[in-house]
Design a protein around this ligand. Structure first.
Ligand SMILES: Cc1ncc(COP(=O)(O)O)c(C=O)c1O
Length: 460
């Protein structure tokens, strides 16, 4: 009997007492949760003993798989040496210094400083507070507003959610907060007009941004935030010149450029950071997830030297930088992150991701040739999306009520594959340690599930 139906099972008890993130409560009550018992490599096992290849690395984060002995040893060693300390009031630890040095070096942020936090949302909020300090110190305290983009996901705290450009993150909560604005998403497949080439499309996106800045007042805008490649918004790769052109507009109006690298960092896009894949030169970067392979909740901001200079100047009168989280620089998180980075370096994560990504996208592009419902395959590195459409020629989407993407997710799940639909785009971001056999398993299970979906839709 399915765990969800067994009396007194974890699934039954869970439904009674546990409020889940991003979960439909009615669906949960009717179907019960997936009770995950164990993980090994790129697979997880549920409480009925069924194995799944998790092609989303959990939540884009288990880059080194679901168990890793080296990360476990690094955590255990740190726990037995110093299980908690903090970085407030002039305190530090050797590993805080080492990780900060490593992050400044890897990101190439000249004269930069690293700040530690616990979650991606906190890292994004920290960047915004730093942007406010920066402008205030430079005599521009009215520069407070932040421009994010439609379709963006930047977190779930009140500011994180305000940055999101997704209505489901706003509607129950009366968000976004005032001063959190959104500009057009660079989405060539859906956004480019007929007859428009890439240069004209990018020029239009820049014009949209500039119009927003001018109408709000350039002296009110502090920062622009973007993921190099959209993750939760539907795995969207911007046009090649997008960031270079957008940055011209930001410079013109003295607006800081923030990069949310929470998914894109640490090799995911086929470079150490997504900014390098798309030619973005941010003033600050937010890192999380792959920083510790998700094995410990730790995040970081790396900011250019000028930003730190502002913090320094702001506090020159003797105050403190009034910001910090209890677990900013938790020693176990620092140890796990340092070990994760050591593993990335040893495995040459960039080369590995490029090779496995080429294999995965090769499979998906082959599948697109024979499937009547694959409109586009897009992505980079080991981050891929397959957009399903009703009509490949016109790009007409399926009616939302059909919930085609969700149907695929359910079929794939039955077939032992976890991916994640974003509307009708199927998302893949497997652990970065995938080998050829794992990539082939993802492709085989995707094909099998897609054929079943096509049959269900009556197109095969
Ligand atoms: C791009 C991006 N930014 C920010 C966040 C928020 O991170 P957290 O859930 O750790 O607060 C996420 C989480 O998925 C994300 O994908």
């Amino acid at each position: 009997m399915n765990e969800a139906l067994r009396p007194n099972s974890i699934a039954k008890r869970d439904v009674a007492v546990h409020l889940h993130s991003q979960t439909n409560p009615k669906y949960l009550a009717e179907h019960g949760p997936l009770v995950v018992s164990e993980g090994s490599g790129v697979h997880i096992t549920d409480s009925d003993g069924k194995a799944y290849l998790d092609a989303m690395a959990g939540l884009w984060c288990a880059t080194l798989g679901f168990t890793n002995e080296r990360l476990a040893a690094a955590a255990s060693e740190q726990y037995s040496k110093l299980g908690f300390y903090h970085t407030f009031f002039n305190r530090t630890m050797d590993k805080a210094t080492e990780l900060a040095e490593k992050l400044v070096d890897l990101t190439g942020m000249a004269g930069g400083k690293a700040y530690f936090a616990t979650s991606g949302s906190e890292a994004n909020e920290t960047m915004i507070k730093l942007a406010w300090v920066y402008h205030t110190v430079r005599g521009k305290p009215t520069k407070r507003k932040v421009i994010a983009r439609e379709r963006a996901f930047h977190g779930s705290t009140i500011v994180g959610a305000s940055l999101c450009g997704l209505s489901f993150m706003h509607r129950e909560f009366g968000l976004p907060l005032p001063g959190f604005l959104h500009t057009s998403a660079p989405f060539p497949y859906r956004g480019m007009r007929e007859g428009e080439d890439e240069a004209a499309y990018v020029a239009r996106l820049c014009a949209d941004l500039e119009r927003l800045i001018v109408s709000e007042g350039p002296d009110t805008i502090a920062a622009f935030i973007a993921e190099p490649i959209y993750a939760g918004g539907g795995i969207i790769v911007p046009p090649e010149t997008y960031f270079a052109e957008i940055q011209k507009v930001l410079k013109k109006y003295d607006i800081l450029a923030l990069s949310d690298e929470i998914v894109c960092g640490f090799g995911r896009t086929g470079n150490w950071f997504g900014k390098d894949t798309v030619g973005y030169e941010p003033d600050m970067m937010a890192l999380a997830k792959g920083l510790s392979s998700g094995h410990f909740p730790i995040s970081a901001v790396v900011a250019k030297g000028e930003i730190y200079d502002a913090v320094y100047a702001f506090n020159e009168a003797g105050g403190n930088f009034g910001h910090g989280f209890t677990n900013s620089g938790h020693p176990v998180g620092l140890a796990v992150a340092l070990e994760a980075i050591a593993i990335y370096e040893e495995m040459d994560v960039v080369d590995h991701v490029r090779r496995m990504g080429a294999r995965l996208s090769g499979h998906f592009n082959e599948l697109a040739k024979t499937s009547p419902i694959i409109g586009e395959v897009r992505g980079a590195g080991l981050m891929w999306g397959i957009e399903l459409v009703e009509d490949k020629d016109t790009r007409a989407p399926f009616a939302p009520d059909l919930k085609v993407g969700l149907s695929f997710d359910h079929i794939a799940y039955e077939n032992g594959l976890i991916c994640r639909c974003m509307d009708d785009t199927l998302g893949y971001a497997p652990p970065l340690i995938v080998g050829e056999a794992d990539v082939d398993e993802i492709a085989e299970k995707t094909e099998k599930s897609l054929r079943a979906l096509e049959k269900q839709l009556g197109v095969r």
